[in-house]
Design a protein around this ligand. Structure first.
Ligand code: ZN
Length: 143
């Protein structure tokens, strides 16, 4: 008999405990939601300001920005090999060519010839090129 009442008390206690825990959890969840909402309301202040500025001075709209962005053509990224009876043609993406070319072109070719004697213009002088100190002086004297 005594045990039974104890169990009943225990059950009642457990029930109220569970109910209290559930209440606490839901209260906690509500509190978290409230904080989340507050944060969400606090954050969009920057976009609001942007919107106001856009209204003041009409610039490119969002839709214009969006349509302009996907314009760049899809970059060719693959090497194509065309084999015919005339020979084999290897086609590389255009952007690769610059890189490959830049590495192979000797520096000499980028230099203009000396404005004085036509030699290798290694020194820049007044928009011209000179091959030696002598030619630098000569070009400076003439120009
Ligand atoms: Zn020279």
């Amino acid at each position: 008999m005594r045990k039974k009442t104890l169990t009943a008390d225990e059950i009642a206690l457990r029930r109220s405990e569970t109910a209290r825990r559930r209440k606490n959890q839901s209260e906690q969840r509500l509190e978290e939601e409230k904080i989340e909402t507050i944060n969400r309301l606090l954050k969009p202040q920057a976009p609001k300001r942007r919107g106001q500025r856009a209204a003041e001075s009409p610039g490119p709209s969002d839709t214009e920005m969006i349509t302009r962005e996907p314009t760049p053509p899809p970059p060719p990224t693959r090497v194509r090999t065309v084999i015919s009876d005339k020979g084999t043609v290897v086609a590389v993406p255009e952007r690769w060519v610059d890189r490959l070319f830049m590495q192979r072109v000797p520096r000499k070719r980028e230099l203009d010839s000396c404005g004085e004697c036509g030699g290798e213009g290694i020194y820049p002088v007044n928009g011209k090129r000179a091959c030696s100190i002598g030619c630098v002086k000569a070009l400076k004297a003439s120009g």
